[in-house]
Design a protein around this ligand. Structure first.
Ligand code: SF4
Length: 344
């Protein structure tokens, strides 16, 4: 009998032009997957799931020259549903291909998120590409000209906190609220520290402390009250006998790397989190691991308590901010990394 829980498959078929220092997925080489890999993978899961939502990308959307055909093909490969567009687009493509913004309009995109880390030099350095900031500004104008609202997201760290105030001032100077309102859209600016997965784990030393968030930015800080200093989280969680739970409730989301490794959408795509490989593991075994959530990492999560994680890896003197779920993920990944390093 087929699973009634819907399945989402996201494949890294084309990669990403950026190498952001905060990339929660983790840096992976760009490698174009074989033609037909998409159809083959959906075909593997079709006998087991009634509904399959298919995406050919999991890093940069539309990072392929034939994005129009690609979108139609993603829709055609999906089973009993259609993929969504979300508020995401490729700013790399926006500034290189005049047709692309028209395509976004056609498929109903009304808002596109643009990610900043400060002004020009800092944003270029964090995105890993010279010219990225100028491209973002150019993309911002193109979106506005075409009646699509830009949404500015900025990641805050100790070293760029002052610059983010300048970024906010720049957005005000550009009168983005008024210009979006002119075509019935709305501009949004928000900042956050991000989860501590993937590449962002390496930025723990410069993670922002709660007391260092500039006052002007507090109204724009996403879930400000839920972001707590590590010292407080350690105090609250140190006797917690429960376990960190990673679980897909209403929909199973799977990521496929360009080497056919299969992952859940839990935390990052590191070897410790691999469910298996679509080329070398039998599909029956992979589907069982997916539906029973039975992988080495998840088994380990049920062995160690939150209290033990805090005791071993938490820093009760740190004022760095985390949301509780992100902090638990950070502690558990620290544990997994040490465990796997010992085994190797
Ligand atoms: S965060 Fe997004 S845009 Fe940046 S490197 Fe990762 S996948 Fe690419």
């Amino acid at each position: 009998m087929k699973q009634t829980t819907p399945l989402t498959i996201c494949m890294d078929m084309f990669g990403c032009p950026n190498r952001c220092l905060h990339c929660w997925l983790g840096h992976m080489p760009n490698r174009q997957m074989e033609a037909g890999a998409d159809e083959w993978i959906v075909g593997l899961f079709k006998p087991y799931f009634e509904e399959i939502e298919f995406y050919s990308w999991l890093r940069e959307p539309d990072f392929c020259a034939d994005y129009r055909e690609r979108w139609e093909r993603d829709k055609r490969l999906s089973v009993n549903c259609e993929p969504e567009r979300f508020e995401l687009a490729s700013f790399w493509r926006l500034v290189r291909d005049p047709e692309y913004v028209r395509f976004l309009k056609e498929v109903g995109v009304r808002c596109v998120q643009l990610t900043f880390f400060g002004l020009e030099e800092t944003t270029d350095r964090f995105i890993g590409r010279k010219g990225a900031f100028r491209e973002l500004m150019q993309a911002n104008e193109l979106l506005l000209e075409n009646g699509i609202s830009p949404r500015w997201q900025a990641f805050i760290y100790e070293e760029n906190r002052g610059e983010l105030v300048e970024l906010l001032r720049l957005s005000e100077k550009l009168e983005l609220d008024r210009r979006c309102a002119e075509f019935g859209g709305s501009f949004k600016f928000f900042i956050h520290a991000g989860s501590c997965d993937g590449e962002n784990r390496k930025l723990y030393p410069i993670r922002i402390e709660k007391g260092h968030i500039p006052e002007e930015l507090v109204p724009y800080f996403w879930r400000y009250d839920e972001n707590l200093p590590e010292s407080r989280l350690c105090a609250e969680l140190r006797d917690d006998p429960s376990h960190v739970v990673f679980h897909n409730e209403d929909r199973i989301v799977l990521y496929v790397s360009n080497e056919y490794d299969l992952f859940f959408n839990f935390t990052h795509m590191r070897p410790e989190w691999r469910i298996g490989n679509l080329k070398t593991d039998p599909i029956e075994a992979l589907v069982r691991r997916v539906t029973e959530e039975d992988t080495e990492a998840l088994r380990e999560a049920s062995r160690i308590t939150v209290g033990e994680l805090v005791e071993r890896y938490g820093d009760p003197l740190s004022e760095k901010v985390f949301e509780k779920e992100d902090y638990l993920g950070y502690l558990f990944n620290t544990h997994l990394e040490r465990l796997f390093a010992e085994k190797r």
